[in-house]
Every structure is written in C-alpha cells, then in structure tokens.
Design a protein around this ligand. Sequence first.
Ligand SMILES: Cc1cc2nc3c(=O)[nH]c(=O)nc-3n(C[C@H](O)[C@H](O)[C@H](O)COP(=O)(O)O)c2cc1C
Length: 444
Amino acid sequence: MADTRSKGQDSLSEGGILSGCRIIVGVSGGIAAYKTPMLVRRLREAGAEVQAVMTANARQFVTATTLQAVSGRPVRDSLWDAAAEAAMGHIELARWADLIVIAPTTADTLSRLAAGRADDLLSTLRLASRAPVLLAPAMNNVMWDHPATRRNLRRLTEDGCTILGPDSGPQACGETGPGRMQEPEALFAAVRDCCLSIPSWGSLATPVRSTPHLDGLRGKKFLITAGPTREAIDPVRYISNESSGKQGYALASAALRVGGEVTLISGPVNIAPPVGAKTISVTTAQQMNDAVQAQLPATDIFIGVAAVADYRPAEKKDQKIKKLPGGEKGLRLLLVENPDIIAGVSSSQNRPFVVGFAAETQDALRNAREKRKRKGMDMIVVNDVANPDIGFNSEENAVAVIWHGGEEKLPQSSKAQLAEWIIDRIATCYVDQLAPANPESVAE
Ligand SMILES: Cc1cc2nc3c(=O)[nH]c(=O)nc-3n(C[C@H](O)[C@H](O)[C@H](O)COP(=O)(O)O)c2cc1C
C-alpha cells in the first residue's frame, strides 16, 4: 500500500485529532465484542482510518456487516486473501498500521499472542508489525485471575504491549469482579493518547518520553499509594471519598513501563492492579501509613496519590449506631487526626524522592505551592476537583506539576497519558537531583 497521507497536519481541528492515523482494530471472540463498533465509530469521528480484523470466533459475537458499516471498510479475517498484492495481504496491512488495538482480547487470544503464534490474520499482523499494540482484555473474573492468564499478561507487557484495564464490576456470566472490558470511551482516550505520542504523529508539543532521563528510572523502586481510605464509624458505616484509584494505578503502570520496580499500596477500589506490580491492599489511613513505613527503607521514589482521610472517628462502635429517639439534636461524631503519610515520608531518614498529589477546590496553584514546601515534597501534582468532568472518578484529568525548579500545566488527557507525562517529569527532576550541586531554586 502506498503511503499517501500527510500525518498529523490538521490534527488539532475539532473532531479530526486523529486525521490520517491508521488503526487496526482487532476483535476476538468475547461477549464484549458488542461494544467494539462504538470504539470504531469514535475513532472514525476523530478522523482515524480504521481497519477491523476479526478472529473466526469473533463472528459469533458481532457481525462483519456492523463493523464494515462503522469503519467504512470491508472487514478482514483471513490470511488467505487472494486479492491482496502478491497474496501478502497480512504484510501490507501490518505495514499500513500506525497502531493495533485488540478489543476485546479474549483469554485465548492473549495466550496465542503471548506465545508469539501466527495462526490467524490478527495474530500474524501483530507479529509482522512494529506498531504499538494495545490490548483490552475481557473475560470472566476467574479466567482473569488464573495464573496462566497472569503469566500471559506479564509476558505481553514484557514484549511491549500495553494492557488497557480491565474494569471490575458485574459480568455477562452473572459474576462480579475484574474482567469487564473498559468502556469504549476510555478505550478511545487511550488509543488517541497513544497515537498522539507516536513521534511522527504527536500533535501535543511535549514529547512523552525522553529516553536518557527515563533510563535513570530503570530498576528504581517505586512506592505508590492509590485509591481512597475508609474510616469506620461502626460495623456498617464509614467515612471515605470519591477516589477511584485510576490515576495511581495508571502511574504504577507507567512506572513499570520505564523499567521501575513497583509496590502499589491501595485502598479499596474496583479496578484490577497492573500486572507486574506488587500490590498491598489496605482499608484505613493508619493501615496505609503502616504499610508505607514498612516499605520505605527499600524505596527510591515515593508517589502519594491516595486520597487519604485526614480524620477518622475517635472510636469505632462495636454495634451499629441506632437512630436516636426524638433526634433533633443530631448525632455528634468526634474525629481525630490521621497520620500525614506524605509528610511522614518526607521527614524520614534517607528519604526517597517524594511526589505528592493534591486535590484542591479553590486557589489550586497557590495552595499546592504552599503545601509542597510545608510538607517537604520534591514535586506536587495538583488537580482542581471543582470541575465535575475531570479528576475524581472520571477517565480524564487536567493537572499542574510543581517542583523546586518550576511548574507546568498538563492539558486535559486520559489518566494513562497524564501518568506517562508525570513519570517523564519525575525522571527529569530525579536525575537532576542526583546530579551534584543542585541548589534549590524556587521559581514561584
Ligand atoms: C457465550 C460465550 C461467551 C464467551 N465470552 C468470552 C469472554 O468474554 N472472554 C473470553 O476470553 N472468552 C470468552 N469465551 C470463550 C472464547 O470465545 C473462546 O475461548 C474462543 O476460543 C476465543 O477465540 P478467539 O480469541 O480466537 O476469538 C466465550 C465463549 C462463549 C461460548
């Protein structure tokens, strides 16, 4: 296929951000395939050229007619394409693609990809292409948890594939747990961000990866907190917040992708931990603090993303609190302060490089600058949670990063994309900090 397009020229125009980007959308045989036409449609609306490629089993779940209608191209599903130039359709198609996304990726397809097989068109394309590969697994939660699936995911991550999700929740099989394919909108955001970070493509000015600095993170030990904490009032009630854990989990994935060793300390969330991270589940702020302190001696870089409750009830009642009779006076709850995890890390002996997150509803930048200094952080990432469309519990966020040498606003993007950028900024500051003679020059 001749390359006739001009990449990324009108890419910032509304609706055309992916103009000319060539994307193979692979579909394998799982229930979630009914959502794939919506992903294809979103990519087409954004200007991408989309070629749908189905496995034989995918045809049981979604029709080629639907995928053809939304992609505007006949669906491909066979290695044996007599119409292709020199009967080498798979190679042409592999060269054509800027990016391959497989949604859904079944357990079976994961296994075949992990083994490097090339026994149908989709698996052959993946092997014959140098384009980035994004996989959106979807399967029953027991299949997802199976050691064989974990092994396949680890292998595919090592091979450079990006795993999107899955989400956790009710499943088509009637069970509940991790294994639901991410929603088309979240997949679209991840595919879009990946396209924009392809060097010949990127329309965002900032390069996502600056290799010399990122190399400085290889083998470094990251300790990342994520999600909310829960502070019990009685056996059935607690104080918590809206944090979904998505930003912290995305940072854990991004740290793994630059070769970091990641320990993730997570409050209660509904998303699956990234493959390759050592995950420690906690509930309360006190438990999170204890876990952080225990891991601290082996930590090079600490990133505190968790939305830790500042206060907890002074006592947890053993029995469920009953409604007071004639209760006009209301119920008084005495709260006591929780440990400040980030300040504790900053003031520890042999402290790691410390990055904190702050959610502010007013004067975000001013408050964050002051908080960074007060808590002795090397870097703070602040998001304005007053905007209901981004931040807590949403797929996207917009943040500002403040460090001792300056500050930078990062545009609204998926949490996965922001995580890559934040890791990039951490790499730069971390490497600079290790360099001798680096006086604290505050540009605030
Ligand atoms: C009704 C039904 C639903 C299925 N849903 C899934 C699924 O969501 N995820 C999965 O990994 N496999 C699922 N399977 C099993 C796959 O279809 C099967 O493993 C098949 O070999 C996948 O082939 P492919 O990956 O080449 O498309 C399902 C099977 C049936 C009969």
